[in-house]
Design a binder for this molecule. Structure first.
Ligand SMILES: NC(=O)c1ccc[n+]([C@@H]2O[C@H](COP(=O)([O-])OP(=O)(O)OC[C@H]3O[C@@H](n4cnc5c(N)ncnc54)[C@H](OP(=O)(O)O)[C@@H]3O)[C@@H](O)[C@H]2O)c1
Length: 259
């Protein structure tokens, strides 16, 4: 899917969040240089002492241009959870990914995107298609990616450290926040994670020891498809609103841009 990339500088989107803070630590543990996108510099300094900060707002595309500059990789764990606006998911969960991709201006960093185990579910009360739509943007972008759909945060006991990676969007379960963060960072550093989308839960057992095998056992998404390889056909692109199809076209058109 892409040539092997040397990854050092990682833009962390959602870095002040409950997963983002752990992802910053995981990136540091793996010798990467995280740079945190923050809306509020003071909050960033408090939550992420000593971490390089870059100020920006996912809803304000102009503020993202310098944030993405020079990033070898981007790790996205942002979310609109605490935002009470009715359309927050469209603006933040989806619009944030769109704006980041458009800010890249031809650069081709590796991307790890966290969405949700319910991303493709239409039968779960409260589930919306915005995270799935954000995934579609990333696949359409042609960037080298991994999409991680975690189950319920920290709804796994202390001895449930065996990670189970599933595809098809039918599973359920919990996983510890630190394991989500570790999986996201590992996905940036492991070739067998490229072009893959999976749900992530934990069961009784030991931590993974061979990440290449863990990711390698998964099916890759089909080239040219905007959906995960085993995703249910319950949100046809052809039936999506014209504005969203136009976003996909706009992102596809970025493929040829830059070097
Ligand atoms: N709870 C679960 O069990 C579960 C399971 C699977 C998936 N999820 C998904 O995980 C996400 C929540 O993860 P979390 O707990 O890490 O989130 P969180 O603690 O609520 O953090 C959200 C992050 O997004 C950032 N953000 C929000 N709007 C932004 C904007 N306009 N510009 C820049 N940054 C922005 C926040 O920055 P500020 O610090 O500036 O606010 C914060 O860093 C949700 O989307 C949820 O759907 C949750």
């Amino acid at each position: 899917m892409s040539q092997k990339q040397m990854i050092t500088d990682v833009l962390m989107v959602g870095a002040t969040g409950s997963i983002g803070r752990l992802a910053v630590k995981a990136a540091q543990r793996h010798g990467l240089r995280p740079r945190a996108l923050v809306r509020d510099a003071q909050r960033g300094e408090e939550l992420l002492p000593g971490v390089e900060l870059v100020q920006g707002d996912l809803e304000d595309p102009a503020t993202l241009l310098s944030a993405v500059g020079g990033a070898d990789a981007i790790l996205l764990t942002h979310g609109s959870g605490s935002d009470t606006r009715r359309d927050a998911r469209a603006h933040v969960d989806y619009g944030g990914v769109l704006n980041i991709l458009q800010a890249l201006d031809g650069a081709k960093p590796r991307v790890a995107l966290m969405t949700s185990i319910y991303a493709t579910r239409s039968d779960i009360p409260g589930a919306t298609p915005w995270k799935r739509r954000s995934e579609r943007l990333l696949r359409a972008s042609g960037l080298p990616y991994t999409i991680v759909r975690p189950g319920w945060f920290d709804l796994a006991g202390a001895t449930q450290r065996r990670l189970v990676l599933e595809q098809g969007g039918t599973g359920d379960g919990g996983v510890a926040r630190d394991q989500i963060a570790e999986t996201l960072v590992r996905s940036l550093l492991t070739d067998t994670a490229l072009g893959k989308t999976f749900e992530l839960i934990a069961t009784e057992g030991e931590e993974p020891s061979d990440w290449a095998d863990l990711f390698g056992a998964l099916k890759a998404d089909e080239s040219g498809s905007v959906d995960g390889v085993l995703d249910p056909f319950n949100l046809p692109v052809e039936s999506e609103p014209p504005a969203l199809r136009a976003d996909l076209d706009a992102v596809r058109s970025l493929r040829g841009a830059g070097g």
